[in-house]
Design a protein around this ligand. Structure first.
Ligand code: GLN
Length: 475
């Protein structure tokens, strides 16, 4: 059973060539046969089947099918589904069950999507390789000795391995785009505020966005359209009107398209295959009528430093709520309240999460606030001005998604700084809040996937997806 796109699946469902139940059984069996890949933390065997049967009945009884009728989806395990386990791949939430649904989950459900389960990830979405999970690693679907990227590694591997048609991830600094690039699929991070964060466990609230991982740009656009829009439960969600993505995508033409190419995105140290493949694609677009415009984004080298100061600061505050009293894990060996807090957090959180809580607490502390946190906020503002200026002159900024192809399991776990550098090209769009995506470019000389990264102006998801679709189709 293979589907080229959701449209293909949908037409087979609506013409009764196939039932939702058959589709869901097929995916559940595939998930079972890939168990050793550790892609799902929780699988909704019964629930998904029940739901599929209910959708089949709805169709038989003449009900009108929703926009995502029967779409088999995977949800990153930091997004809440009522009554389902919500672990954030952390020991501290191992047994925690959500008491409410995320807004995006409700909106997808209202359009008849089917949730297959919750996917593996780096603990609290902190990481670039999925190796910070309390539930173990996920191998890259194209080379089992390598990482799938992170933090949405499980979601990316699920889509790439055919264990879900589309998956939700979260992107704070690249966690949807980088794993999409590593797994040869499309990964979209919308404009900050485009999708409600209600029900997404907070890591760094002023950066976090729910994103979509899909086999193609059309599927990603469909799912985005369903989730996008103001939500009364998230004050930072935007009331900007939701575009008609399909028609915006259709109106994109390569002829005359101005593609900004920042020299800062092609440093000396860039992997040669990655650089070669991105340059080759840009040359192809130029031959098709696009204009390549050199742009400069000075101070790009400060992106990672500013990002890790700001997100750790926010994380140290957001994660204060996991104290052994209100949620999840409580240490058994505590004589008094203070010891209970300390022991629960020490035993419940993994190494990277603890490192970030300490870093964040440090940069917010009285003596260091101005030196680090305030400075990083100023850098953030500077980046916003520079990207706005650049996007006044061009339609899109293009470059590699990651400075290197998928790296080996264990290669960077002992060196957090090196791991942080995996995000050097994805972090700026998160600092600025602009939409960005990764689109597959094919495979390098070692047969590893390489992705191209696009950034557009605020709320230009439709245009960006249209450009990406053109790139993807010309592979
Ligand atoms: N890898 C980055 C980090 O560890 C990005 C994570 C994310 O986008 N959630 O912070």
């Amino acid at each position: 059973m293979q589907f080229s796109s959701y449209e293909d699946l949908r037409s087979r469902l609506l013409t009764h060539a196939i039932t939702c139940e058959e589709v869901v059984r097929f995916y559940l069996e595939r998930i079972e046969s890939h168990r050793s890949d550790n892609i799902y933390i929780t699988v909704f065997h019964e629930l998904a089947l029940e739901r599929a049967k209910a959708l089949d009945r709805k169709l038989q009884e003449g009900g009108s099918p929703g926009k995502l009728f029967g779409m088999p989806m995977a949800i990153k395990d930091n997004i809440a589904i009522k009554g389902g386990r919500l672990t954030c791949a952390s020991k501290i939430l191992e047994q925690y069950e959500s008491v409410y649904d995320a807004t995006s989950v409700l909106r997808l459900e209202a359009e008849d999507a089917v949730f297959l389960g919750k996917t593996n990830m780096d603990e609290f979405a902190m990481g670039s390789s999925n190796e910070n999970s309390a539930f173990g690693n996920v191998p890259n679907p194209f080379d089992k000795t390598r990482v799938p990227g992170g933090s949405s590694g499980g979601s990316a591997a699920a889509v790439a391995s055919g264990l879900a048609m589309v998956a939700l991830g979260s992107d704070t600094g690249g966690s949807v785009r980088q794993p999409a690039g590593f797994c040869n699929i499309v990964g979209l991070k919308p404009t900050y505020g485009r999708i409600s964060r209600y029900g997404l466990v907070a890591f760094a609230s002023s950066f976090d966005q729910i994103g979509v991982l899909a086999n193609n740009c059309d599927d990603a656009a469909l799912v985005l359209a369903v989730m996008a829009g103001k939500d009364g439960r998230d004050a930072t969600s935007s009331s900007h009107a939701v575009s008609d993505y399909a028609s915006e995508m259709a109106s994109v033409s390569v002829e005359g398209l101005k593609i900004g190419v920042p020299k800062e995105y092609f440093p000396e140290s860039l992997n040669r295959d990655v650089s070669g493949m991105v340059h080759a694609k840009l040359a192809e677009l130029r031959d098709q009528g696009a204009e390549l415009v050199p742009v400069t984004l000075p101070d790009s080298e400060y992106a990672i430093a500013a990002y890790y100061i700001l997100v750790t600061a926010e994380a140290s505050s957001n994660l204060a709520r996991f104290d052994g009293a209100r949620y999840g894990y409580r240490s058994a060996k505590s004589e008094d309240l203070a010891a209970m807090y300390v022991n629960s957090r020490s035993e419940g959180f993994g190494r990277e999460v603890k490192r970030r809580i300490m870093l964040g607490t440090y940069v917010l502390s009285a003596g260091y606030y101005d030196t680090y946190y305030k400075k990083a906020q100023q850098v953030r503002r500077l980046f916003q001005d520079r990207y706005r200026e650049a996007l006044e002159k061009v339609d899109v900024i293009a470059g590699p998604t990651s400075p290197f192809p998928p790296f080996g399991l264990g290669d960077k776990t002992e060196n957090p700084l090196e791991m942080y550098l995996a995000d050097v090209f994805t972090v700026p769009a998160s600092i600025v809040g602009m939409p960005a995506l990764s689109v597959p470019l094919g495979f390098d000389s070692l047969n590893l996937p390489v992705g191209m990264h696009l950034i557009c102006n605020f709320f230009e998801e439709g245009k960006m997806l249209g450009i990406a679709r053109h790139i993807h189709r010309s592979l």
